[in-house]
Design a protein around this ligand. Sequence first.
Ligand SMILES: [Zn+2]
Length: 268
Amino acid sequence: MTIYEKYIKRILQLEKNFQVTTSGRSFLNAPIFTVKPFDTKPRVLITAAIHAREYVTTFMLLDLIERFGNLPIVYVPMANPDGVRLATEGRSFYETYKERLTDAERQVIETSNLLLWKANARCVDLNVNFDAGWGKGEKNATKAGSENYIGDKPFSEFETKVLKRLSLDKKCVICYHSLGEEIYYGYNNEVGKAEAKMLSEKTGYAYKTAKGSHGGHKDWFIKSGLGIGLTVEVGSENMRHPIGIEEAKRLADENEGIKEVLREFKYV
Ligand SMILES: [Zn+2]
């Protein structure tokens, strides 16, 4: 069974106890699922796997969803389904859609180590495609690539449009990435510092501001004045990309304290 098939199986299992919705579609028309407890109107959005190779965060989040039960939170366990399939199924997946790409995009994919792929299926790094200092990030690239390509314009991608729409009525956005054991708060400001500090105490991860980072989901969320946003990098530097899904349960144990942080600051 592929990683994507395992994900779909877990989503189907969640349907018994949670409201599962197709909130949008990817470039390749894959559903972008959201999960939330029935009859709740959450003010918190938690996302995972906006970067393809970081799919361990999907499985960590699926574990956390089950543990958190009816806490009012809406989850996007896999924000970049096409990218995850490219990183885990490789060339065989690419062959199914390559006629939809430009020559430049095909060349990037054909010359990349797909195991380390971060972008979506058409070579845009979704976490630099948001409208917050778009194109000003230190590592930003203006050409198709396996990472760091900002896209034609802010929110050029289906996946980032979906995340934007889901964020607009929220007060708190938590974005899971791997790796580094770090919590990033603020966007050229101190927004979310108290929450980041408490989460740092719960997880043992360092908390800091991200200098030179622009165009990310949390960057845009904070810049728009909607609320606080945190980027949480799970997994230690001793690990290597991609982190296998067998680590998901341990990472969920390590990150379960987010629940107490959300309660303490009255987001749930
Ligand atoms: Zn990432």
